[in-house]
Design a protein around this ligand. Structure first.
Ligand code: CO
Length: 460
């Protein structure tokens, strides 16, 4: 019997996709020891937006969160999402910072690091992959899935092979936009399975209503692991339901070794939390519905809602259709990047500018300029030559790996921060998100000093 394994996403992607990563640690510590016995392949619990959200909104030390989860779940593989050389932020970091971040993530409890680059430029994930392997953890090489005239099964397979060469232990197909249909999933998983001997993990979102079908066909083609969310945190912009998929897969004859009673317990734990989020407006019920607009336009659902709010603010909703038509045109000019952060924002803003200015590329954003210069890595396809000329003039774009230009900085920053940081983890928090981390660390320091004074006063 073919075995299928489950990655539970409630702590990271479901949390991020439905409630903007606002789930505090103390809402789920009590269920972790039960989750530890569920039989998941892994629990995705860290990375992505969780790190920033802990510091910015939840007044939590993300490293402490990870250690707490690890302590309660010693038998389950903990998984995080990492954007290669960008780590959890939006820019390229120097190699020493990337290595240190990966090493500390593993030391604090991470077992599997899912590593991707927005452009699928393998040079941008190499250092993170090597550091993961060096730390004794599992590096999952990740393909950002998208459709375009320059993306094909052949080049996805070639990409996976390149990732295998740098040391990944599995390949993940990451359909962040939820636009991968069942046939596409079947063909891609099959092509990967026929051409290499690594486990294949499939990640999608229910946004467009395809996810259940996509997973069933992916599994039929040989996928080993699928990402799902406990049912009360499933559907819509999140992953499809863990319990429903386990039920259906078993009926279809697959072996799924999870404990149903525990899955029910997990869902029972998170249901009142979901209800609180609904009641206080953190969770918009619309996020849990099905929206097929992203299929018609081939743009991620999150990008469409961003465009709408941007145009509403500008009082230019009458330009919505024109902007939507401009999005694929800008994407083509930029060599068909996958529409994932930061490319989705870049393409969306530029398309809006092109329409509102009444002239294409009259205004070119700073990020688009940097992208054209090669600062984000290699585009999947050719860039429009007129656009390149307009941005660079006679200058040539860089062809080397962007982070090659960045000198090491960890020790320097550590020395500068002095006693604001108590650990290398604190230094990494600061490097990743300087303003928010500084605020968090300063508040923590002050709190500790007050505690000490209090204790001294109590000696009597
Ligand atoms: Co996702």
């Amino acid at each position: 019997m073919k075995k299928v394994q489950i990655t539970e996403t409630v702590l990271r992607d479901a949390n991020q996709s439905l409630v903007a990563t606002r789930l505090p640690l103390d809402k789920f510590t009590d269920i972790l020891s039960a989750m530890d016995k569920a039989g998941y392949y892994s629990v995705e619990c860290w990375g992505g937006a969780t790190f920033d959200s802990c510091l910015r909104f939840l007044n939590e030390d993300p490293w402490e969160r990870l250690r707490t989860i690890k302590k309660a779940m010693p038998n389950t593989k903990l998984q995080m999402l990492l954007r290669g050389q960008n780590l959890l932020g939006y820019k390229h970091y120097p190699d020493d910072v990337v290595r240190k971040f990966v090493q500390k993530s593993v030391e604090n409890g991470i077992d599997i690091i899912r590593i991707f680059d927005a452009l699928n430029d393998v040079r941008n994930i190499r250092v993170a992959v090597e550091a993961t392997v060096a730390a004794g953890a599992h590096a999952s090489g990740t393909i950002c899935y998208t459709n375009s005239p320059v993306h094909s099964l052949e080049n996805y397979v070639a990409l996976a092979k390149e990732m295998k060469e740098i040391g990944v232990s599995s390949i993940c197909i990451k359909d962040m936009a939820g636009i991968m249909g069942p046939q596409e999933a079947y063909d891609l998983v099959k092509a990967l399975k026929e051409n290499m001997d690594l486990p294949v993990v499939v990640h999608t979102h229910s946004t467009a209503g395809l996810a259940f079908m996509t997973y069933l066909k992916a599994v039929e083609a040989g996928a080993d692991v699928i990402d799902t969310a406990t049912s009360c945190f499933s559907g819509g912009t999140s992953q499809p339901s863990t319990e429903a998929l386990v039920y259906a897969l078993r009926q279809l004859g697959y072996e799924v070794n999870v404990d149903d009673a525990i899955l029910q317990k997990v869902n029972a734990h998170f249901t009142p939390i979901r209800n609180e989020f609904l009641a206080d407006g953190t969770l918009d019920p619309l996020m849990m519905g099905t929206d097929t607009a992203c299929l018609n336009y081939q743009v991620p659902g999150g990008m469409l809602s961003n465009l709408v709010s941007q145009l509403k603010t500008l009082g230019a909703m009458d330009k919505y259709e024109a902007v939507l038509a401009e999005v694929p045109a800008v994407r083509k000019d930029l060599g068909y990047p996958p529409l994932v952060t930061p490319m989705s924002q870049m393409v969306g803003v530029q398309a809006t500018q092109n329409v509102l200015m009444g002239e294409r590329y009259k205004n070119i954003g700073k990020e688009v300029r940097a992208y054209v210069h090669g600062d984000y890595g290699k585009a999947p396809g050719e860039l429009d030559t007129d656009l390149v000329k307009k941005v660079l003039g006679d200058e040539k774009p860089i062809t080397h790996r962007p982070a090659d230009d960045l000198p090491d900085e960890f020790e320097k920053v550590k020395a500068e921060l002095g006693d604001l940081c108590e650990s290398d983890e604190d230094v990494l928090s600061y490097i990743a998100f300087p303003q928010v981390a500084e605020k968090f660390l300063a508040a923590r320091k002050e709190k500790k000093q007050n505690t000490v004074t209090y204790k001294i006063e109590r000696i009597d």
